[in-house]
Design a protein around this ligand. Structure first.
Ligand code: UD1
Ligand code: UDP
Length: 370
């Protein structure tokens, strides 16, 4: 290994993986000991491309796998077969995957079949319920069980892996999402003029895309939003809708045309970060947003009954509200009415890292191969 470069292939496919992996691609590429390859499955197309463009990354391999309203079976088999070809051709020393998507789970399995070493970025997150979130919880378990290096964002994530009996290769690094967020906040600005925000109103930002919330739960969320804008003339709700048709088909019939509700297309990462920063409250079932908002001091209400990110709950910046219409409405109302309650949440600490996770991961990989 001393005489040649260590070949590292980063494999990712969706928007959140790209946001959390692009800063790492850039960091690893600066190390002269590494030969870095980027392989995208393009499980997402437009939402992936917008992040690649922001970080100025042109993938070495673009498998271009997304299909409209794709399903887990087709996507999984495509990823398994297509990554096999690239792994055989390139024979990397290490592949890195991120988090819990189908891209992460199946690419890790594929690398395991090819006997390639695996590193898991954002390792160790668990709800310990195989159905929530579905199918992400099982993807996490699969990736950690075939990984050689596990880069955990927090102590709790390290403990989760240790409890499963794995003893080696576990490192606490923080989450690379904070690296990405700092890069954006420090270097890029966007005044969001095209959203036409009413600056005299309090912005409530909403995102929801989880599979287990499709149908009735998402319907309840939308009804709660409708009630909240009726009750509070001083708020405006902005919902950048995920491109998944299962989301749009539920949301539009309930919220389209409602006064002070803005249904908009997904935002690029820079404007989205600026919108989070300007928001008074965030309602979300997203994983990444639960990590970013506490770093920006914006209270987050999570539209789920559980979370694999309990740290921000403990620190106070995040609350679980589930998908019950009444619970969502009353919790938001309390935050709008009670300044003390609001301040407690907005002043909570960010538990997800110091913005140097990529640097720590780089050092660990270098050490591992030395
Ligand atoms: C996926 C991940 C989920 C992650 C989410 C992040 C799995 C099983 N799910 O869910 O863990 O939280 O991404 O957003 O891995 N679409 C487009 N353009 C895009 C992206 C999506 O049109 O750029 C549409 C397509 O019709 C696609 C559908 O959305 O078929 C669903 O995409 P998919 O990746 O299967 O599921 P997500 O709900 O995005
Ligand atoms: N995000 C974005 N534009 C949007 C909505 C979200 O750039 O319109 C970012 C957000 O800041 C976070 C990531 O996308 O970093 C989260 O993606 P998503 O909620 O789709 O997936 P999850 O994190 O739940 O897997």
């Amino acid at each position: 290994m001393k005489d040649r470069k260590i070949k590292i292939a980063l494999v990712f496919g969706t928007r959140p993986e790209a946001i959390k992996m692009c800063p790492l691609v850039k960091k690893l590429k600066q190390n002269p000991k590494f030969d870095v390859l980027t392989i995208v499955t393009a499980q997402h197309r437009q939402m992936l491309d917008s992040v690649l463009e922001l970080f100025d990354i042109v993938p070495d391999y673009d498998l271009n796998l997304m299909k409209t309203n794709q399903n887990l079976w087709n996507l999984s088999s495509d990823i398994l077969l297509e990554t096999k070809k690239v792994f055989e051709k390139e024979n990397p020393d290490l592949i890195l995957v991120h988090g819990d998507t189908t891209t992460a789970g199946i690419s890790a399995l594929s690398a395991f079949y090819s006997r390639i070493k695996i590193g898991h970025v954002e390792a160790g997150l668990r709800t310990f319920d195989k159905n929530y979130p579905f199918p992400e919880e099982i993807n996490r378990v699969i990736v950690d069980s075939v990984s050689d290096l596990m880069f955990c964002p927090t102590d709790k994530a390290c403990e989760n892996i240790e409890k499963s009996g794995i003893k080696k290769g576990i490192y606490k690094t923080g989450n690379t999402v904070i690296d990405a967020l700092m890069y954006v906040i420090e270097n890029k600005n966007d005044e969001l003029e095209y959203i036409n925000l009413n600056l005299n109103l309090k912005t409530i930002l909403l995102t929801s895309h989880r599979r287990e919330n499709f149908g009735k739960p998402l319907e309840n969320i939308c009804k709660a939003i409708k009630k909240l804008v009726e009750q509070n003339k001083d708020i405006e709700v902005v919902y950048p809708m995920h491109l998944n048709p299962n989301v749009r088909n539920t949301v539009k019939p309930i919220l389209e045309g409602i006064e002070r509700v803005k249904l908009i297309e997904p935002l690029d990462y820079v404007p989205f970060c600026n919108l989070m920063k300007k928001s008074h409250i965030i309602l979300t079932d997203s994983g990444g947003v639960q990590e970013e908002a506490p770093a920006l001091g914006v209270p987050v209400l999570v539209l789920r009954d559980e979370t694999e990110r309990p740290e921000a709950l403990e620190y106070g910046g995040v609350k679980l509200v589930g998908c019950d219409e009444e619970k969502i409405t009353s919790t938001v109302q309390k935050l709008l009415d009670n300044k003390e309650e609001y301040d407690k949440m907005s002043k909570a600490i960010n538990p997800y890292g110091d913005g140097h996770a990529c640097e720590y991961i780089e050092k660990i990989i270098e050490e591992y191969f030395s």
